[in-house]
Design a protein around this ligand. Structure first.
Ligand code: FE
Ligand code: FE
Ligand code: ZN
Length: 287
């Protein structure tokens, strides 16, 4: 099983890999800098070769890069849209330099236009960026919770984007358990039905990454607030509405195997997270 968590890039790729290893992970996800802005260190400062050597030595693979949230490929505003395309093109190069094959992207938000407008706009932008030439990497559109005007709240919306992209062999999907639950899919009682629907609409071969999170909200709440796996009342970050059994079923399901599972669960405090425990729990190991 490939399982890890989001880790910090502040100490470069080597620091990220060391952090992942400290959690007992064999994969991980990074942002290439702060998720909420486009300030990025030059690649030469990110200890990439050292990070790759460490990963090879420790058996860490299939790492994931997440593009920053400020990329909005659905924006009708020309400056936002241009920035999104330019920054996405740079993130693709950075992810490839990290040796990652998966760049996770939030499709975008249509703000005061329509979902149809947003879908066209995203596809046009992806066509432009992919048309400039691609390394061996998948842009993985993430399933979204549906808060605000987010696109990607249904499998149909992701499929509509994929269908409008010419070279869509470069597109994959990142399935987020919190987001699909929050958008209304019954992953608790009927994950088989949900994954079969995914297969029918998008195709299982597009499934490249899974984000493994609990949710602070009930199914269909359209909130997007992550919880620790199986968290109860004693957890300071709140109770998980999805629950350990449902998440455990998903990570051991035959149709999800071989993909990196990435935890994006909350930190308990500034200095403490549960990644190590959550990874061990889902592997069926005792600490
Ligand atoms: Fe995300
Ligand atoms: Fe996610
Ligand atoms: Zn989320």
């Amino acid at each position: 099983m490939l399982i890890g968590s989001h880790v910090s890039i502040s100490k470069g790729l080597l620091g990220a890999a060391e952090e992942a290893y400290s959690y007992g992970a064999n994969t991980f996800m990074v942002y290439t800098g702060a998720p909420q802005n486009t300030v990025r260190k030059p690649l030469s400062d990110l200890k990439i070769d050292e990070g790759k050597a460490f990963m090879a030595e420790k058996g860490i693979s299939d790492i994931v890069v997440h593009a920053p949230y400020i990329i909005n490929m659905a924006s009708y505003k020309d400056d936002t849209y241009t920035l999104a395309k330019e920054f996405l093109a740079k993130e693709i190069k950075r992810a490839a330099a990290f040796g990652s094959k998966y760049l996770v992207l939030h499709p975008g938000a249509y703000t005061d236009k329509t979902a149809e407008y947003g879908i066209e706009r995203i596809a046009d932008g992806l066509n432009e960026v992919i048309g400039q030439g691609m390394p061996d990497i998948f842009i993985c559109l993430e399933t979204m919770a549906g808060k605000g005007s987010e696109i990607g709240r249904s499998f149909e919306e992701l499929k509509a984007i994929i269908d409008r992209v010419d070279k869509n062999e470069y597109l994959g999907v990142c399935f987020d358990t919190c987001h699909t639950h929050d958008s209304g899919y019954d992953i608790i009682n009927d994950f088989d039905g949900v994954i079969n629907e995914f297969d029918r609409i998008i195709g299982l071969d597009r499934l490249k990454v899974l984000h493994i999170n609990g949710s602070l909200n009930k199914r269909g709440a359209k909130k997007d607030r992550h919880a620790n796996i199986g968290a109860d009342e004693t957890n300071p970050k709140g109770v998980d509405n999805i629950g350990f059994d449902a998440i455990n079923y998903i990570v051991h399901h035959e149709k999800t195997q071989g993909r990196p599972f990435i935890l994006e669960t909350p930190w308990i405090s500034k200095t403490e997270n549960l990644y190590k425990q959550e990874i061990a729990l889902l592997r069926g190991e005792s600490l």
